[in-house]
Design a protein around this ligand. Structure first.
Ligand SMILES: [Zn+2]
Length: 440
């Protein structure tokens, strides 16, 4: 079990600063089990002048390779799967860190059987060496050491050119592609995962865990209704690229995609709270929406994955019609979520917004991104980590989904029918007149 008690010790003398995570004798019994990945029990960053040494104490040696990435400048270290039994906060940016070479670092699962460490650089630094050394004299070499040295921007750019970290293995669609007929497929997309933790709350809660728990609860309630097929884009704490999330939804024949996140703002905006439902648009509805999209779209970069050049747009009028229509349906759904959420949980003062989220780009089915609340707001954090709140607000979401697909008879005559929204997810919908989409 992981022992608590980590100490950020500062060695005051001169330029040397030591960040130390010491875990009391977490002698990993798992190491004896050959099938289990090695366990990382301690991480330490030592900055000295132009040199930074990041080390991980492991229960067994692992192969590792380091690569440089630009925009922003990062060092990515690919390793065999490691079970990081570490406080994730050990790598976070803190005041004082960043005066040297390293701004922050994170670690976690990247692909099946592969882990990754991503080091955000405060200034260009080249890899001096990556090696494993014995933790104590005479023991097996199980301390992974990554040494970085400040270098010229040109040298860093050349290093980035010379090598590329591995791309994630595209996850398989968990379920076989759903037939076009049958119950509507609701794809739930809990954000982040694995090496990408997303945002974090002051109390230490991580976005990736909060949104995954939420997706599981919503899936449970939807499945209990017996009217929908539910597909999740990730299972557990794994990394899935933004592109793969959209692909999974498409292969599953999604009738609706709901991406689930939790936002954060600086301490100066700690009073901002409540749920916000985002739809896709070329131009952000406001500066806040633009900031949120930029932040969420950086998820791949946080995991050290280079975004692919945007696929050439499937040019043509049919594509535009289809996209306009699915966006109109996304708006209808987003309004429904806000209506149902009222009374179940807090709404943001402006709960319906739009911006250019990568994960909402699919033209063939409506999609929304829900920011459940703010990790920078203590009351929102309390709510989002409470099972009662989760059950109540997921119930509101499930009702919104139910009504979207089958509004009660006689309600709002002339309003777009949800079964049309299902149709809009089919290929034939592109030919339907855009007039079917009501004005926003
Ligand atoms: Zn997020």
């Amino acid at each position: 079990m992981v022992a608590q008690g980590h100490a950020a010790a500062k060695q005051g003398r001169g330029a040397a600063t030591v960040f130390l995570l010491a875990l009391a004798s977490a002698a990993p019994a798992a190491a004896e089990d050959a099938a289990s990945p090695p366990v990382a029990v301690a991480a330490r960053l030592v900055e000295e002048g132009d040199v930074a040494r990041l080390s991980f104490d492991l229960s067994a040696p692992v192969e590792a390779s380091a690569h440089a990435l630009v925009d922003p400048d990062r060092i990515v270290v690919d390793l065999a799967e490691v079970n990081f039994q570490l406080d994730p906060a050990v790598g976070r940016a803190t005041p004082g860190r960043g005066d040297g070479v390293v701004k922050a670092f994170r670690f976690g699962l990247f692909s099946p059987g592969k882990s990754r460490v991503v080091i955000d650089l405060a200034r260009p630094a080249c890899v001096e060496e990556v090696k494993t050394t014995p933790i104590v004299k005479g023991s097996a070499p199980a301390r992974l050491l990554i040494a970085l040295k400040r270098c010229e921007p040109g040298a860093f750019a050349a290093a980035a050119q010379a090598s590329a970290p591995s791309a994630p293995v595209a996850p398989q669609t968990p379920e076989a592609a759903a037939p076009a007929s049958g119950p509507p497929v609701i794809v739930l997309d809990p954000g982040h995962g694995g090496v990408d933790s997303g945002a974090y709350a002051v109390g230490g809660a991580e976005e990736k865990a909060i949104v995954y728990d939420y997706a599981l609860e919503l899936a449970r309630q939807l499945e209990a209704m017996g009217r929908f097929k539910v597909v999740l884009t990730r299972h557990g704490d794994e990394f899935v690229s933004l592109e793969d999330r959209v692909r999974i939804a498409r292969e599953a024949n999604a009738a609706l995609l709901i991406s689930i996140h939790a936002d954060t703002l600086g301490a100066s905006a700690a009073d901002v709270s409540g749920v916000t439902v985002y739809t896709s648009s070329e131009r952000a509805s406001d500066a806040e929406a633009a900031r949120t999209a930029e932040h969420e779209n950086a998820a791949d970069k946080a995991a050290g994955v280079e975004p692919k050049a945007e696929a050439p747009s499937v040019a043509g009028i049919l594509f535009d019609l289809e996209r306009r229509e699915t966006r109109a349906y996304a708006h209808i759904f987003s309004r429904g979520v806000v209506e149902q959420w009222r009374g179940a949980g807090r709404l943001n003062r402006n709960p319906e917004r739009s911006a250019g989220f990568v994960v909402l780009k699919a033209p063939d089915f409506p999609s929304v991104l829900v920011e459940l609340g703010y990790l920078s707001n203590p009351e929102d954090v309390r709510a989002m980590t409470s099972p009662q709140w989760r059950v109540r607000t997921a119930g509101a979401m499930a009702r919104a989904i139910e009504r979207f697909f089958a509004p009660p008879r006689g309600e709002q005559p002339g309003e777009a029918r949800a079964d049309e929204a299902v149709a809009a997810s089919g290929k034939a919908a592109a030919a339907a007149p855009p007039a079917a989409a009501p004005a926003p």
